[in-house]
Design a protein around this ligand. Structure first.
Ligand SMILES: [Zn+2]
Ligand SMILES: [Zn+2]
Length: 369
């Protein structure tokens, strides 16, 4: 079948809207999804910038949401007509997957990045010249009107909420909220600082509020983001251009330090400040990726039982977390719609520009009807 896709034809280039031929002969465990909308995430741009490995020409996109069109012979989890959110790919068979940690699947890199072909080497996507196009980015390649996914990475969602807004629950929002709900697990009445309040950090703030944290400190350098953080649950904000984060926390906001920190920036100086703002036995969890840098924190920061951990995709089981976030949204406790701005797929380059300038927090690309 012919599909419309935003192709990355070469690294560093804008996306090109093109018609792509998709062979819809499904393998036994595959699911063909008619994409309704897809979020744009920083990781898509790291491929464009050649910081993450993926072949070109490629269909990127990994926050897809849509309606099941057709399923492979062995698929039982969903049927045509079901609304689904696409999550990162995982094998479902390795020790990490079996112990409930699919974000740490032993096949995470080949399944989510890799060469854009199936594991058996076949390539169902071809451009107008008949050249193979890399698909299966995060098991979905959702910058397109149709997506080939696996039963394992489709999450069935209720139909009484607009499907167009749900895609980011599969990556960016899951990362921020899942890190708080699954990894940090603060108790009611505890304190947390969250640095970098883009879509991931703001999702963490909403989750911290939903968990009952009573001191939620947002750190950023953009006043508009700090303002939104306040609306979404931050009890305090720090503009780190104007004051020292550690001093503000340990002397003014929460003397003695906070229980937890979540960093979404990946910046060494920010992470050091957060660790120094923890109370004894406090824990910092990092989700930001800076593949080229080393992390340096003074040994003395750890002497009183403090710890630092890295977490991927909120260490979530998407089949559990995504419906949980939808329930919280419906209850008015997770208003992630406040982060979203919709664009048409054809305006993807404008969406990228607005996201990189910080004008748009979470761009969602709607597919043409
Ligand atoms: Zn696995
Ligand atoms: Zn992502």
């Amino acid at each position: 079948m012919k599909i419309q896709a935003a192709l990355l034809n070469d690294y560093g280039k804008p996306f090109d809207l093109e018609t792509v031929e998709l062979d819809t002969t499904l393998k036994n465990t595959e699911v063909l999804v008619k994409i309704k909308a897809t979020g744009l995430c920083h990781t898509d741009l790291t491929v464009r910038d050649k910081q993450s490995p993926f072949s070109v020409p490629a269909i990127l996109g990994h926050e897809g949401a849509g309606i099941v069109e057709k399923v492979g012979a062995n698929v039982t989890k969903v049927k045509p007509g079901d609304h689904v959110v696409l999550a990162p790919a995982s094998c479902g068979k390795c020790n990490s997957c079996k112990s409930g940690h699919p974000s740490y699947c032993e096949k995470f890199f080949p399944l989510n990045f890799g060469n854009g072909h199936r594991e058996d080497g076949s390539c169902p996507y071809h451009n107008h010249e008949g050249k193979g196009v890399a698909g299966f980015f995060f098991g979905q390649s959702s910058f397109a009107t149709y997506s080939l996914a696996e039963e394992n990475n489709v999450v069935k969602v209720p139909t009484d909420i607009p499907i167009e807004m749900l895609g980011p629950l599969g990556c960016g929002i899951q990362t921020g909220a899942g890190t708080v709900l699954n990894v940090i697990k603060p108790d009611a009445g505890q304190s947390i600082v969250i640095s970098g309040v883009g879509p991931v950090g703001l999702s963490g703030i909403m989750a911290a509020k939903a968990r009952g944290c009573t001191t939620i400190i947002a750190v950023d350098v953009h006043e508009n983001r700090l303002q939104l953080a306040k609306e979404l649950g931050a009890t305090h904000t720090i503009n780190s251009l104007n004051e020292s984060v550690t001093e503000a926390i340990t002397t003014r906001i929460h003397p003695g330090g906070v229980h937890y920190a979540l960093d979404t920036t990946g910046r060494n100086n920010v992470i050091s400040d957060l660790v120094a703002s923890l109370n004894f036995t406090g824990k910092a969890v990092l989700v930001g990726v800076s593949p080229t840098a080393n992390l340096e924190i003074p040994n003395s920061a750890f002497t009183m039982g403090r710890s630092v951990q890295f977490a991927v995709e909120g260490d979530s089981i998407p089949d559990i977390l995504i419906p949980q976030l939808i329930s919280l949204y419906k209850a008015g406790m997770f208003p992630f719609d406040k982060l979203i701005k919709f664009y048409d797929l054809k305006d993807i380059n404008k969406a990228v520009e607005d996201s990189e300038k910080g004008i748009t927090l979470k761009a969602i690309l709607k597919m043409p009807e």
